[in-house]
Design a protein around this ligand. Structure first.
Ligand SMILES: NC(=O)c1ccc[n+]([C@@H]2O[C@H](COP(=O)([O-])OP(=O)(O)OC[C@H]3O[C@@H](n4cnc5c(N)ncnc54)[C@H](OP(=O)(O)O)[C@@H]3O)[C@@H](O)[C@H]2O)c1
Length: 244
């Protein structure tokens, strides 16, 4: 299914990134995950799978990201599947948004993706194989009051991903974007019960997604079955963003 390919998931310590890592691990990939606060536990997956390789890395630090790639290459080989899931929110209305809040979100959600995709794609191009999956959000096209920084970063990922998809298509490297809606992770828990419930009420399917449901889409985009899919934005949002 995976041909034992090497996958790197940024933000693979928790939430959606960890669910993606565990799914790829179960599918037979050799999977590395970046972590900042704490590595995932346990590292072991289902019988027959290899343990996750945890790599400490703040994705906003160019040197740490470079070192993380070198560590993965030395331990597992060149990254063939890159899933960029590390992301943060720092919500506030624009009139109260400091430059620091703006910059931290753009640095984490966008500039780090530019660096990781650039680093990974050099070797993917040489190998004439690669899968890059970027984690955007339904907020990229719906907008969200209090999230101008976050929405800008997530919308930028779509333009970035589609442009890179065009650049790399001739080398059989695909670049796709997944746009989740409301997913049951720490990021949504941080909104508080009331706001999370209000958001969930807007979802046609009337529930939050489980992180594993986003991971299914990522695993498919990484697979051989999706070889002819590039530049796509795949919504996994319970219908929240339909029509956009
Ligand atoms: N949850 C949702 O409803 C939702 C909806 C749409 C899109 N998304 C997107 O999906 C992605 C994952 O979100 P989530 O809900 O799983 O969030 P989460 O539970 O808050 O996890 C965030 C992940 O990003 C990592 N991270 C944050 N800043 C980092 C940095 N500077 N360097 C390295 N890692 C960093 C965290 O690592 P540590 O744990 O090591 O700190 C953690 O693994 C994000 O890009 C988010 O924008 C989420």
């Amino acid at each position: 299914m995976s041909d034992g390919r090497v996958a790197l998931v940024t933000g693979g310590s928790r939430g959606i990134g960890l669910a993606c890592a565990r799914r790829l691990q179960a599918d037979g990939y050799r999977v590395a995950v970046t972590w900042k606060s704490a590595p995932p536990d346990p590292l072991e997956g289902p019988a027959g799978s290899l343990p996750l390789l945890p790599v400490r890395c703040d994705v906003t630090d160019a040197d740490e990201l470079e070192a993380a790639f070198s560590e993965v290459e030395a331990s597992l080989g060149n990254v063939e599947v890159l899933v960029c899931s590390a992301g943060i929110t720092e919500d506030t209305l624009l009139l109260m948004m400091s430059e620091e809040k703006w910059q931290r979100v753009l640095d984490t959600n966008l500039t780090a993706v530019y660096r990781a995709a650039k680093r990974a794609s050099a070797r993917m191009v040489r190998a004439r194989f690669g899968r890059i999956v970027l984690m955007s959000s339904v907020v990229a096209y719906l907008g969200s009051a209090g999230q101008t920084n976050y929405a800008a970063s997530k919308a930028a990922l779509i333009g970035f991903g589609r442009s890179l998809a065009r650049e790399l298509a001739g080398r059989q490297v695909t670049v796709n974007v997944v746009a989740p809606g409301v997913v049951d992770t720490d990021m949504v828990a941080a909104l508080g019960e009331e706001r999370a419930a209000a958001l969930t009420a807007m979802v046609p399917l009337k529930r939050a997604a489980r992180p594993e449901e986003v991971a299914h889409a990522v695993a498919w985009l990484a697979s051989a079955e999706a070889a002819y899919v590039t530049g796509a934005v795949i919504p996994v949002d319970g219908g929240l963003g339909m029509g956009h």
